[in-house]
Design a protein around this ligand. Structure first.
Ligand SMILES: [Zn+2]
Length: 72
């Protein structure tokens, strides 16, 4: 099967998904079902919140400092 480039943007089953960091607002487009491996997420009130690599690291730090949060 051949698909010429620019042959139309219709009928694409796999479109990239956009994940937005719940903390700093940065966004990333990934051609997969989940966020990048460097991202993390937590579920709060049944809603998934995604965090970018930078914010994940900062979360880790604050978790190491005080363990009273339910990030993971
Ligand atoms: Zn972030």
């Amino acid at each position: 099967m051949t698909s010429p480039p620019g042959g139309g943007d219709h009928g694409s089953a796999e479109e990239p998904r956009r994940f937005v960091c719940a903390r700093c607002g940065t966004s990333v487009d990934v051609p997969a079902e989940g966020p990048p491996l460097t991202w993390t997420y937590s579920v709060e009130s049944g809603i998934r919140q995604y965090y970018c690599e930078t914010c994940s690291r900062e979360n880790l730090r604050s978790i190491e400092g005080r363990l009273d949060s339910d990030w993971w």
